[in-house]
Design a protein around this ligand. Structure first.
Ligand code: C2E
Ligand code: MG
Ligand code: MG
Length: 409
């Protein structure tokens, strides 16, 4: 259970978080309405607790935005207010809040309100899930993600998954140094389904465990074959694989990885696992422990989508990362948006000071490339050089030794 707390007063926010964490909830928090909306859309929490009175975007504003977006419209929403004013109360409930607490409240009041909302929501979603399985084939996947679940269960045995490989290019040499494995699902009737749609379902159902094993096994086997037959760079071709939060919380992860590396005879030194910030935030202590165990095997770790989450410098420093991947949203338009350029520059400098390699994701234009080269970014990945490709086509790039022309400035 993941709860988002949106509260601008630090002391109040901290005390709520402490209480929730003591009760075993995962928490995310925001100090302003804008950040709260963004986190709600990105993380789809199971419940939101939100202060009414906040500067700029207040609680009503937050609720309003979330209720208009189908992905966040049904998340239970509890308002917190300092005023026991009937007008405020009615306004909040009219806007669609599910409950309302007046500060100061007792811890038990808050926990009870949460329990009530979660019970209501679970009952509803169980009902919803059962109905959906029954009418699965009639439903459109975009309007109803849960409808994908039964077919996702069979996708592995039906061999509907495929891995695409997106080249990663060194910005000094212009050579391909490795690839990121990206999962693709070709559904027999619905056609191509994006990983952003089915990975969350695979996570929610636990199917990500066998699927993730398949990805790692297949990509290691393929990359080993390329290393043996083709690649003539100074170092063996590298492979980056994404790990999701659920895989990371599985205690068997290390053994699974060791088993796959042994079976495929793949060197851990050529493997990079991509983790996201939210994954580590969820359970920092155990995450750090697993990370150290992976490092001991010789595997490299990278932080994916950097900039989208909550990482602070001090926090990054405690974690054994080798590489930082700057999220595509910061790379895009660095050349015509001053804010982005500044942030991207700062991220690269910060990574440097922490001795991390820097990979820029989603590089689409020559101008972005020139900027990244100027800022001494190490590696690029993006449509400008190549989209993710099926194994055969990626192999063709290796055979041709396709390289990137590095701009001179
Ligand atoms: P990600 O790891 O951040 O992967 C990068 C995404 O950016 C990929 O989307 C890639 O196709 C896309 N991309 C690359 N270059 C460009 C560009 O120049 N412009 C634009 N607009 N997009 C670009 P994709 O393949 O749809 O994957 C989405 C996400 O799904 C991935 O984000 C990753 O988080 C997840 N994912 C994919 N495969 C796996 C997997 O095997 N396991 C797990 N756990 N997650 C996966
Ligand atoms: Mg990735
Ligand atoms: Mg990414």
């Amino acid at each position: 259970m993941k709860i988002l707390v949106i509260e601008d007063e630090e002391l109040v926010r901290e005390s709520i978080l402490e209480l929730l964490e003591a009760e075993g909830f995962h928490t995310i928090d925001a100090a302003s309405g804008d950040v709260g909306v963004e986190l709600a859309q990105r993380h789809k929490p199971d419940l939101i607790i939100c202060d009414v009175m906040m500067p700029n975007l207040d609680g009503y504003g937050v609720l309003n935005i979330l209720r208009q977006n189908s992905a966040t419209a049904t998340i239970p929403f509890i308002f917190l207010t300092a005023k026991a004013d009937k007008v405020d109360f009615r306004q909040g409930m009219n806007l669609g809040a599910d409950d309302y607490l007046t500060k100061p409240y007792e811890a038990v009041e808050l926990l009870e309100a949460i329990a009530t909302q979660l019970r209501k929501y679970t009952t509803l979603s169980q009902h919803y899930a059962i109905q959906n399985i029954a009418v699965e084939t009639k439903l459109d996947t975009t309007s109803d993600p849960l409808a994908l679940e039964p077919s996702l269960r069979h996708a592995l045995e039906r061999e509907e998954f495929q891995i695409y490989y997106q080249p990663q290019v060194n910005l000094q040499s212009g050579q391909i140094v490795g690839s990121e494995a990206l999962l693709r699902w070709r559904h027999s009737e619905k056609g191509f389904i994006s990983p952003t749609e089915f990975i969350p379902i695979a996570e929610a159902t636990g199917l990500i465990i066998p699927i993730g094993e398949w990805v790692l096994h297949t990509a290691c086997t393929q990359t080993k074959d390329w290393q043996n037959r083709l690649h003539t760079g100074s170092e063996p071709l590298r492979l980056a694989v994404n790990l999701s939060a659920y895989q990371f919380s599985n205690s068997d992860l290390n053994n699974t990885i060791i088993k796959i590396l042994t079976e495929t005879n793949f060197s851990p030194k050529s493997l990079e696992l991509e983790l996201t910030e939210s994954l580590i935030i969820q359970d920092t202590n155990s995450a750090i422990q697993i990370m150290h165990e992976l490092k001991k095997l010789g595997i490299q770790l990278s932080i994916d989508d950097f900039g989208m989450g909550y990482s602070s410098l001090s926090y990054l420093q405690q974690l054994p990362f080798d590489t930082l991947k700057i999220d595509r949203s910061f790379v895009q338009n660095v050349t015509n948006n001053n804010g982005n350029a500044g942030i991207t520059k700062a991220i690269i400098q910060m990574a440097r000071s922490l001795n991390l390699n820097v990979i820029a994701e989603g590089v689409e234009t020559e101008a972005e490339l020139a900027f990244l080269c100027q800022e001494n970014c190490d590696v690029m990945q993006g449509y400008l050089f190549s989209r993710p490709l099926p194994a055969k086509e990626f192999e063709q790039l290796l055979i041709e030794k396709k390289s990137l022309v590095i701009p001179s400035y």
